[in-house]
Design a protein around this ligand. Structure first.
Ligand SMILES: Nc1ncnc2c1ncn2[C@@H]1O[C@H](COP(=O)(O)OP(=O)(O)OP(=O)(O)O)[C@@H](O)[C@H]1O
Ligand SMILES: N[C@@H](CCO)C(=O)O
Length: 357
């Protein structure tokens, strides 16, 4: 019997200014996996160590760069991790996965979060494991160890999240190096390693309301900045003043984005941050100017502006004047020799979905 299904996972923007590793919004730009399992097509998948024929559409982000072997690609490695935790060593023979990915890689729009969520949903479907989204979040959080992008991609909408304290035994499982969770490319041999099951309910979240008049403008520089590098420039400790500065704004922002009409006098200052953006300026030419020069008084309709995730994308929230706001930011990047594209995006309210067909 042939089984076919589609997995769709939204892009996301994390932090929204003061909510470093806490806030995230799912954005209506979807990573899509078209999956079919047809045992009569087993000959097509015999060259892959795990019986999977993986392809990306030519217009996909990463088409030229992402690996297609199932033990090297982030989506299928993640699916193999979920399956192996549950005693399924490989994909069923004749598994074909075609990926369409409009989420630019390494730009702060949650491409890796979407790939991990898609991989966990794929593993759950292939293995018919019947996990809830809450349980699938546990698997995701063993791989990407901050919950903001992952939660927004899985649950959709505007989310706040945290990782709960783990017991010493659970901590051992969470501290396992990533290489022992995700299968390493093996040259065709299956090591037989059974990864430890993730602890349960690692991540806790709430979904806030969001005023639908507020749209997201993403200004996307044409260079990649890995999340690891962008986290590497952050300090290990902060002053009380800087932490209080962010906490005060975080508390106001989560409610301000629900109010009608949206109030730029509240949202713009509530999107200021002292925990990550000041340190990331050295990695993103023009960031200081951009964050200071585009304001609600110069651009009516603008509500707030911040770095999207680990950057380099800029997220501007606005109710109108989208093109002018984007163009001003593009011009500032241009003066710093950085080319950009931009997108106007709605929220993705439902998060990740699977549809059988
Ligand atoms: N669709 C995909 N298929 C395969 N690999 C992917 C895919 N999307 C992302 N990746 C992997 O994740 C890497 C990017 O992850 P990284 O965390 O650095 O950036 P990001 O997730 O785009 O940004 P941020 O976490 O700040 O939003 C890519 O270089 C690639 O290795
Ligand atoms: N909160 C994360 C999001 C990127 O994945 C960061 O800013 O590093």
């Amino acid at each position: 019997m042939v089984r076919s299904f589609v997995v769709k996972v939204p892009a996301s923007s994390a932090n929204i200014g003061p909510g470093y590793d806490v806030l995230g919004v799912g954005l209506a730009l979807f990573l899509e996996l078209n999956v079919s399992i047809d045992p009569t097509q087993a000959h097509l998948t015999k060259d892959d160590p795990n019986n999977c024929l993986l392809s990306y559409s030519e217009d996909s982000e990463g088409f030229d760069s992402v690996p297609l072997r199932s033990d090297a690609n982030l989506i299928t490695r993640t699916a193999l991790y979920v399956m192996r935790c549950n005693n399924i060593r490989a994909f069923p023979s004749g598994t074909k996965i075609h990926v369409t990915n409009p989420i630019p890689l390494g730009r702060g729009l949650g491409s890796s979060g979407a790939a991990v969520v898609a991989g966990v949903m794929l593993g759950n479907e292939i293995g018919q494991l019947g996990f809830s989204k809450q349980r699938m979040l546990d698997y995701c959080l063993m791989i990407e160890r901050h919950p903001d992008n992952i939660t927004a991609a899985m649950m959709g909408g505007f989310c706040g999240s945290f990782l709960r304290d783990l017991t010493p035994q659970e901590l051992e499982r969470r501290e396992i190096p990533l290489a022992e969770v995700l299968p390493e490319p093996t040259g065709g041999e299956d090591t037989g390693l059974v990864p430890p099951l993730p602890p349960t309910d690692i991540g806790r979240h709430v979904k806030y309301n969001w005023n639908p008049k507020i749209k997201c403008i993403a200004i996307i520089p044409q260079f990649e900045l890995s999340t690891a590098d962008s986290r590497g420039v952050l300090p290990k400790a902060y002053t009380t003043q800087d932490l209080v500065f962010n906490l005060q704004r975080l508390a106001v922002l989560t409610n301000a984005l629900t109010l009608d009409p949206p109030n730029a006098n509240l949202i713009y200052p509530a999107m200021q941050d002292r925990v990550h953006q000041p340190y990331r300026k050295i990695l993103i030419p023009g960031l200081t100017d951009i964050l200071q020069s585009v304001t609600p008084s110069t651009y009516p309709g603008l509500l707030g502006i911040c770095l999207s995730g680990a950057g380099p994308t800029i997220l501007a929230l606005a109710t109108e004047n989208f093109e002018d706001i984007a163009q001003e930011i593009i011009n500032t990047f241009d003066r710093n020799n950085v080319e950009c594209t931009w997108k106007l995006l709605e929220l993705a309210h439902d998060g990740a979905t699977v549809e059988q067909y």
